[in-house]
Write a new protein. Structure first.
Length: 202
């Protein structure tokens, strides 16, 4: 399972910072994308929903740019499967704003003055988060059992049929079909467990 780390920050000098080179060494240069315009960052996310994206987002942007909380809101409207870690140079985020970001499920808030280890802790937590997501579980299944990828697994009320691979894309694109399938699969799993049709072993 691969992930891509997107850094959205208007400080171009950060791209050559030792911290970013540490991330490149650890996760691979090809998996680190630096974007210094907030709208370009949003657009990049929109066109790469088929990937496991981790967003490291600055909070303060220049006057003509969208602020970090605005970028956060736009990305979470696109998908709730993307961990967003705020990476700020501000010594202090007001308590009210901090609470708001946490309540909106920001994955973490890290000060730029800390060591790379603090940021890596949150990135590693995001990777664990991916491993537990339904889309990655389906992807792992397809990798192990390629013959299953084109098998139909879901039929909508209007008769449209979706294969396992189709459903993977629908979930990652956060379409209504993908969300509906996820809800129904969770409900079915709980129902089977409660009726003792299936057992989960630890």
């Amino acid at each position: 399972m691969k992930q891509e780390i997107i850094i959205i920050d208007d400080d171009a000098k950060l791209n050559d910072d030792s911290l970013i080179w540490t991330l490149r060494d650890k996760y691979g240069d090809e998996n680190i994308v630096f974007i210094n315009k907030s709208q370009e960052g949003i657009d990049y996310v929109k066109t790469n929903l088929d990937k496991n994206l981790i967003v490291i987002l600055d909070y303060e942007f220049s006057v003509n740019e969208k602020k970090g909380n605005e970028v956060f809101d736009e990305i979470t409207k696109i998908s709730n499967l993307i961990p967003i870690i705020f990476f700020t140079g501000s010594n202090k985020i007001e308590n009210e704003i901090y609470r708001e970001l946490i309540n909106k499920h920001a994955f973490g808030i890290v000060n730029k003055m800390t060591t790379s280890d603090d940021l890596i802790i949150f990135i590693e937590k995001a990777i664990v988060f991916f491993k537990e997501n339904l889309d990655n579980i389906i992807e792992d299944w397809i990798i192990q059992k390629d013959e299953d990828k084109d098998k139909p697994v879901y039929i909508t009320s209007n008769g449209k049929e979706y294969s396992l691979n189709d459903i993977l894309q629908e979930i990652r694109q956060q379409t209504e079909t993908g969300k509906d399938f996820s809800r129904k699969l969770n409900s079915l799993t709980i129902d089977l467990l409660l009726r003792k049709k299936e057992n989960l072993n630890g």
